[in-house]
Design a protein around this ligand. Structure first.
Ligand code: PAF
Length: 282
């Protein structure tokens, strides 16, 4: 496995791969790798010939009061993880490599970013789409892999590559969960043991809503009330938002018909967690 730190070197690696007719798979990450990342890396390995993983904690996607400084950076473990997953290249740039002095450009998707994560975390998606534009230019992947756990992010990134004609296919892999249903996230490591238990409230709320929809409930209000109640029943949890939305446009739905996505953001102590479920309603 090669560790590459400069844009010039990752471009040269990608060029060599393309020239020898190989398809490049790419898994962008912020490190603190877990089984969710492993499943994306494995999907990338199945679908392409050469896989690059980037590890870059992107300062542009953190708000001024968010956890940029606390965000975990276990680089040695992450490199070991990638070696075990037989990744060909890890791109591990320094912040200055991605954002040299006098960096002034931003890439912003408009409508899709106005709600949910975009509303709760102003500037977050602009940071995500700006860094990904740059990373896609450097790596030039044929396919890039994202987790469904960050549902809105995946929809926003798909919109961005469509709008800007970025020649990459966005592949979304399923959320990987713990035994009690908690979605794997780099932020789970911040949870104390009682908080870890309380974090089960997110999955409980989503599965309760899913149960209602599967047994024919079509009232958005009733489904939302149930999700909200399940979160409020947990004393360590504080709901930030719950929504029933169209999976493509992310518009909140008035009447449940066809496929919907349930979206949830919840604070457990000082840790903010998100989760979602896409449900096909007959
Ligand atoms: O999902 C993430 O880890 C990040 O938002 C991403 C896509 C790597 C961009 O920094």
């Amino acid at each position: 496995m090669r560790t590459i730190r400069t844009g010039r070197a990752i471009r040269a690696w990608a060029l060599e791969r393309r020239e020898s007719g190989q398809k490049i798979g790419y898994v962008p990450t912020m490190g603190a790798l877990h089984a969710g990342h492993a499943s994306l890396i494995r999907a990338a390995k199945r679908a392409t010939d050469a896989v690059a993983v980037s590890i870059f904690v992107n300062p542009l996607q953190f708000g001024p009061r968010e956890d940029l400084n606390q965000y975990p950076r276990p680089v040695v473990e992450d490199l070991r993880f990638c070696r075990q997953e037989d990744v060909e290249v890890v791109f591990l740039p320094h912040v200055r490599e991605i954002y040299p002095g006098n960096f002034q450009t931003r890439v912003r998707v408009t409508k899709l970013t106005e709600r949910y994560e975009g509303q709760s975390r102003p500037g977050h998606f602009e940071g995500v789409t700006t860094v990904l534009t740059k990373l896609f230019h450097l790596v030039g992947p044929d396919r890039a892999f994202f987790g469904q756990k960050d549902y809105q992010q995946a929809v926003v990134v798909k919109q961005m590559v469509r709008d800007l004609d970025v020649p990459v296919e966005i592949v979304v892999g399923p959320t990987v969960r713990e035994r009690d249903g908690l979605a794997l996230s780099s932020r789970n490591r911040f949870l104390s043991s009682p908080e870890r238990k309380a974090a089960g409230a997110l999955f409980a709320a989503l599965t309760a809503a899913r149960g209602m929809l599967r047994t024919g409930e079509r009232s958005v209000k009733k489904v939302l009330d149930t999700m909200i109640r399940r979160v409020r029943d947990e004393p360590l949890a504080r709901l930030e938002y719950a929504a029933v939305a169209d999976p493509a446009t992310l518009d909140e739905v008035r009447v449940v018909k066809g496929r919907v996505v349930l979206l949830l953001a919840v604070w457990i102590g000082k840790t903010r967690l998100i989760d979602n479920m896409v449900i096909a309603c007959p």
